[in-house]
Design a protein around this ligand. Sequence first.
Ligand code: MG
Length: 234
Amino acid sequence: MRNANGRQAPALVLFDIDGTLLRRAGPHHREALVEAVRRVAGIEASLDHIPVQGMLDRDILATMLRESGISDRMIRKWMPLLVRRAQWIYARRCPEDLSEKVCPGVAPFLESIRAAGALAGLVSGNLTQIGWKKMERARLKRYFRFGSFAESGPTRGHLVKLAIREARAKGWIARETPVALIGDHPNDICAARQNGIVAVAVATGIATREELAAHRPDFLLDDLREATLPGLLR
Ligand SMILES: [Mg+2]
């Protein structure tokens, strides 16, 4: 699929979800993970003490089980069921409308990407259906053609690589097309670095501007109101 003019996109912009597109989207995501562990493993686990920001959902689930003394073998065995169950639970608990949780400047920036014929994608530690459900309820889904989520790889850097590979394989972008990753966590900056793409940090999540600056992103923004596509790809 090419853009509306039948040409390849002039740029690919990849977005993290939590803390980048949405903030304080509610406890439903955490609750879905806890409830999935309860139903599948019969364990009351908490993730209050786990630094979930920047983590992939599968790693969060595995950490909860490991802390309850479950063996790695059982964790691997249960994981497909946990993933299915967590997504099912989230879909039923997600608030109808998350549009008030969208971070400042997100919609105008996504509009500008679309107007430029560029391509927007998701790279998120959320499980696939949780990520897409958030986008749907935040009224942002239509801006994203594709996404790379927690089930697809072991690290965020791996998810970024898969997203770029997919966009190239489908002919949406060329090998030399500029690619940027926008995220709110040092892990997003590292994932961009590992893939040799532009690292854009936004201070709309848990990490402070100072923490993000220490990881030397190419661009550090207070929020996406400061973002322009030409500005980020120069
Ligand atoms: Mg994030």
